[in-house]
Design a protein around this ligand. Sequence first.
Ligand SMILES: [Ca+2]
Length: 356
Amino acid sequence: MKKILALVMVVAMMAALAVTTSAAEVPEEGLIAHFTFDDLDAGLKGAGAVATPVTIVADAEPEIVVTTDDAHEGGAVDLGASGQNFLNVTKEDGTPLLSGLEGFTVSYWSKNNAGTGWNFFAVPGDIADLGAMGAQTYLSERYIGILEGASDVAVERYNCTGARTYTTGAVTHDYADAWKLITVSVGPDSVELYINGEWWGGMESGLLDMYPNHELASILGDDSKLFIGFANWESGEYSTSLVDDYVIYDHAMTEAEVVDLATAMGVEGLSAPAETEAPSTEPTTEAPETEPTTEAPAGDGTEAPEGGSPAPAGTQAAPAETNASDDEGGCGSTLGAAAAIVALAGVFGCAIVKKH
Ligand SMILES: [Ca+2]
């Protein structure tokens, strides 16, 4: 009997070991944060960064929920169940992770079936006093954020002075309530969104021509904060998402690098992107387009790129009202349909420039 019990324990230990050692082995060059979210200790630190549970609710102890019931791998952070708690990401010594960078890439698995998912939010200011840090003000927004709805995602790079500036708009996808890999490459002059390793929207270049005050340093300053599951809109907006295996790199990845990363993160069936022309060593003489694109390509963002996996039956076409939890101009609050992209492109000068 003892032997059987011991064997059971060994098997259990091996199973536990298998879970804790199965984290994705991602490329290490430039990796500055890696959170497996497998547990509340080791799962919240990695690659020189830590994700510290915090809350702005007075007299409340921060409590982040990690679940193994529904994770991409091992355990995942359940931001919906975490309520008004979120993660504050810094270097291990507590200093800002993103300040001083000219670009970065963030990639994570997420699953969202409703509501608002602020799964990345970089902002200047002091977390010790979010009031002084300044709640975001409509048309004076200043942050870089990724906002997920059930079946859409928007990347916003704002340093607004009277008008909305750069956003991808709400780019729709077919992964409502399904795990998907979000990857956003932010360069000095670009913002590119990938889902499951495939390019989904953004601008390859020319962003600073449209919005000259949008260098990362101008937006984030030298004391930036990075939150997972929180944005300082109004009294605070949070996330309803499950999030897993979160990595950040210190540079804007190319498409080929994103494909490699996505493969390492567990996306199957990707092939290297078609060879593009070698980068020119001469400066581009062609003037970049300075006018915001006002025509949203028909179906842009609404059709899955080639090879995109369909969502499970019955989960497509999530109702647009699931995105309408925002109020009074929280970024992305009015987004949620392709029609909204068209409207925003015309009204606010948003642009989605596809490169394919
Ligand atoms: Ca995990």
